[in-house]
Structure formats: structure tokens, C-alpha cells
Design a protein around this ligand. Structure first.
Ligand SMILES: Nc1nc2c(ncn2[C@@H]2O[C@H](COP(=O)(O)OP(=O)(O)OP(=O)(O)O)[C@@H](O)[C@H]2O)c(=O)[nH]1
Ligand SMILES: [Mg+2]
Length: 234
């Protein structure tokens, strides 16, 4: 099986090194898998692409800004039978993909998203983000009736058929991409989706999201997804 890791980065010189260091390439190759790593970089000015290339990743320069935009570009380029995602800040230890990949097989799943609350390192999420994420989680469950505890997690492990079944190219270009992907995957009758406990560590480097702006944008996006006939692209 071919496994493609897709990692969005924006000025994450220190974080990308730590992140790529934890890609379990050797272990997966020993199990007979082919592994490739794509870093979708938002035209970083701090040398992130050089660090990523030196660590063996393929770097795509995506000048159009946005977390969702980066994933759309990365997913278009990904050739894996299975795709694994995570931030370039070392907060999701990608070695944890191994048990999730096994679970995909043994439980016949198509899409797994990690639940960071289960094994969250103290200091990994600020008090303000906890409150904001709680509000987004409660709202998502109320509006869509889905049983997800962590709608904002950025670590997903899924089969490529998920990309054929979901119109992800029309999803948000910004941070709401994360919640939109999960909601649509969990709602889809042909996608077997699950949320699994995962670790979440303090990030390396400066956060790229703006707490208030992105929190509000994520919340507004949930209502638009639920009530607008033609869901928004922003
Ligand atoms: N290519 C690209 N990557 C981005 C962009 N915005 C954010 N990222 C990356 O997307 C990932 C998620 O952004 P973060 O700032 O870590 O957001 P977060 O994880 O919700 O916030 P923290 O918990 O503070 O880390 C990181 O790897 C960023 O470098 C962008 O516009 N373009
Ligand atoms: Mg992060």
C-alpha cells in the first residue's frame, strides 16, 4: 500500500524538522508500504521548504493562502492509497499514524480523525482555545447530529476513495476546512468514519491561526453549512 503524508506549512522552520522527524517511514516500509511526504508550503520566508526538502519531503509551493487551500492542493497531488495529515508544528506526533493505519484495516474504516482531548499534553491548548473549541464542538453536534468530540483536530488518516466521494474542492479555503471535512465524511452514507483518541503536544513556533477571527469564521461556517442552500466556499 502507498501512504502519502500531507503537511501544510507556513513559516514553520523549527516545527517542520520536528514533524518530519516523527514520520514513521522506516517502520511502514518494513511492513511493505511505500511512503511519500508532501509539504504544502504557503510561500514561507523562513527557509521551511529547504528544511523540508533536506528531510526527504516533496515541497509544493502554494502561494494562495489558507489552511484549507493548502490541503486541497496537497490532496490533488497525493498518490497514496491512504493519506495521513498533520500540522507542521510537531503537535501531532505522526508516528501515531501506525496504530491508526492498522485500525483502518482491521475495522474496515475509510476515515479516522484523532480526538486530541483524550491525551492532551498540559499546555498544548490554551484556555481560550479550549473554550472556543468547546463551543464549536457543541454547535457541530447540535447542528449536524454527528458524534465527534474534537471537530478541529488536524490529524486524519483516510482512504483515497474519501476524496472521490467528497467535493472537497468546494470546501473552505481557510481553517473551517477541518470541521467541514469531518462533518461531510461522518454524514456520508458510503464513508465509514470514526474518531480515535490521539496525542496532542505543545506546538513548536508561532501559531498561524488568529483565535478570534478564525473562531468566529469557524462558527459562522457551521451555520452556513447547515442552513445555506448553496454552501459557502470561504
Ligand atoms: N500552506 C499553508 N499552511 C498554513 C497556512 N495557515 C496555516 N498553515 C499551516 O497549517 C497548520 C495549522 O496551523 P496552526 O497555526 O498550527 O493552527 P492550529 O493547529 O489550529 O493552532 P495551534 O494549536 O496554535 O497550533 C500549521 O502547520 C501551519 O503552518 C496557510 O495559509 N498556508
Ligand atoms: Mg497546529
Amino acid at each position: 500500500m502507498r501512504i502519502t503524508f500531507v503537511i501544510p506549512s507556513l513559516n514553520e522552520r523549527d516545527g517542520i524538522a520536528r514533524t518530519l522527524d516523527l514520520v514513521p517511514r522506516a517502520t511502514l516500509e518494513e511492513k511493505g508500504h511505500a511512503v511519500d511526504v508532501i509539504v504544502v508550503d504557503g510561500d514561507s520566508k523562513d527557509g521551511t521548504p529547504d528544511v523540508a526538502r533536506a528531510a526527504g519531503a516533496t515541497v509544493i509551493n502554494e502561494k494562495r493562502l489558507g489552511y484549507g487551500r493548502a490541503y486541497k492542493t496537497g490532496f490533488q497531488a497525493a498518490t497514496g492509497d491512504v493519506i495521513v495529515t498533520g500540522d507542521a508544528d510537531g503537535s501531532y506526533p505522526l508516528e501515531d499514524a501506525i496504530p491508526l493505519l492498522e485500525m483502518l484495516e482491521t475495522k474496515g474504516l475509510d476515515f479516522i480523525t484523532s480526538n486530541r482531548y483524550a491525551q492532551m499534553h498540559p499546555g498544548a491548548m490554551s484556555g481560550m482555545h479550549r473554550v472556543g473549541n468547546w463551543a464549536l464542538n457543541v454547535t457541530s453536534r447540535a447542528l449536524f447530529g454527528i458524534r465527534i468530540h474534537d471537530t478541529q483536530s488536524g490529524m486524519w488518516v483516510f482512504r483515497r476513495r474519501v476524496l472521490d466521494l467528497l467535493p472537497y474542492g468546494r470546501f473552505s479555503d481557510k481553517m473551517p476546512f477541518s470541521e467541514e471535512l469531518k462533518i461531510r465524511a461522518f454524514q456520508h452514507p458510503k464513508i465509514k468514519a470514526a474518531e480515535v483518541d490521539g496525542r496532542y503536544l505543545p506546538r513548536t513556533g508561532e501559531k498561524k491561526l488568529s483565535s478570534w477571527r478564525d473562531g468566529y469564521r469557524n462558527l459562522r461556517h457551521l451555520f452556513r453549512l447547515r442552513f445555506q442552500r448553496t454552501p459557502p466556499a470561504a
